[in-house]
Design a protein around this ligand. Structure first.
Ligand SMILES: Nc1ncnc2c1ncn2[C@@H]1O[C@H](COP(=O)(O)OP(=O)(O)O)[C@@H](O)[C@H]1O
Ligand SMILES: [Mg+2]
Length: 348
């Protein structure tokens, strides 16, 4: 829907998206039970664009990224359906071998647990140069030169002398930068960073987010940033998808969503964001918990936690409705519920 621009003469100008995810669903099949943890997720990403996917823990963000990269292939308990097109090519039907190539060369994932999972027994330099030698057939000397450039690019001082360091010799922030360098090693068109700054303190977090943004612009790649924190969304993304319980409940441009959220869950996430400009680090938390997959409430999945909820909300499901060319909401009562634009928040 975001690739549709309206020309002044009223005709639709359909620009091809780089990445087009349609009705992606992930079903978990356990002993005698089966339920969806991702339910008809659709989005498009244009070349060079930055998109945030935000939602509380358990909303299906990581699972969707793993699914669209074919990482559940061969797992008999997990069924992935829908379509994922990269420049028109369907990824979900690719062989494991071809998919591995896409993951290496076109779409790069910095996994949520990557910082903790970094191999402690291999030098940082080895972890960056290996894909260059394997995928690009580079000599060790050329690969070392490229690795130094990459560490330099992500802001590691005296990069050449750090190649032989082990991950534990780097600080947390430097390790995250090295992981980003590893993500960039094969010049991907899309970098997916899953909660890349959650383990870092606030100052370092801001530096790493600014780095991702700068790299996106300098290298012309698209960025998908996964987070539970609206502050991260404000800092890096142009567009945002808000996920709740495996579905998108709101999508739109970051500016418009911050100014006027049109789903009560988005509004609650924005209230849960620490306001650094007010020196207020206290978190407003959203009352209650997301539903357990497999035990979803009837009607709108958010209604048990929604302070605007009315009888209808527990009866009929809540499909995503386009309310403007750029913004969509899964709340039928958005126009009545959220009437006041928010005060402009000073971005974190
Ligand atoms: N391999 C798996 N098997 C069964 N359930 C899973 C698996 N991976 C994730 N889930 C469930 O899917 C839901 C979404 O998880 P996840 O995508 O990790 O959430 P998020 O990244 O938004 O925090 C959770 O309820 C989680 O328990
Ligand atoms: Mg996750």
């Amino acid at each position: 829907m975001y690739a549709l621009g309206t020309e002044p003469n009223g005709t639709e100008n359909k620009t091809a998206a780089l990445f087009d995810v349609n009705n992606l669903s992930v079903q978990i099949n356990g002993q005698g039970v089966s339920f969806n943890v991702v339910d008809h997720l659709s989005f498009q990403l244009m070349a060079g664009e930055s998109l945030a996917i935000v939602g509380e823990s358990g909303s299906g963000k990581s699972v969707s990224m793993q699914a669209l990269l074919g990482l559940h292939a061969g797992n008999h308990n997990i069924a992935v359906s829908g379509s994922v097109h990269l420049e028109g090519q369907e990824l979900l039907s690719l062989s494991k071998k071809d998919m591995r190539k896409i993951r290496g060369e076109r779409i790069s994932l910095i996994a949520q647990d990557a910082l903790a999972a970094m191999n402690p027994s291999l030098t940082v330099g080895f972890q960056i140069t290996e894909p260059l030698m394997v995928h690009r057939g580079m000599s060790r000397k050329d690969a070392n030169r490229r690795a130094t450039e990459l560490l330099d690019l992500v802001g590691i001082p005296a990069a050449a002398s750090r190649l032989n360091d082990y991950p534990h010799e780097f600080s947390g922030g430097m390790r995250q930068r090295a992981l980003i360098a590893m993500g960039l090693v094969l010049d991907p068109d899309i970098l997916i960073a899953d909660e890349p700054t959650t383990a870092l303190d606030v100052t370092i977090q801001a530096q790493v987010l600014d780095l991702l943004n700068r790299l996106r612009k300098d290298l012309g790649m698209a960025l998908i940033i996964i987070t539970h924190d609206m502050g991260v969304v404000a800092r890096v993304a142009e567009r945002v998808l808000v996920m709740y319980s495996g579905t998108v409940v709101e999508s739109g441009g970051v500016r418009e969503v911050f100014r006027k959220p049109v789903h009560p869950y988005t509004e609650a996430l924005l209230r849960a964001m620490p306001r650094m400009d007010q020196g207020d680090e206290r978190l407003f938390s959203i009352a209650g918990f997301p539903p357990t997959p497999g035990q979803l409430p009837q009607g709108c999945r958010f209604h048990p936690r929604c302070h605007y909820a009315r009888d209808e909300c527990s009866q009929a499901p809540a499909p995503l409705l386009e309310i403007s060319p750029s913004q969509a909401t899964a709340c039928r009562f958005w126009a009545e519920n959220i009437t006041e634009p928010r005060q402009e928040t000073k971005r974190a």
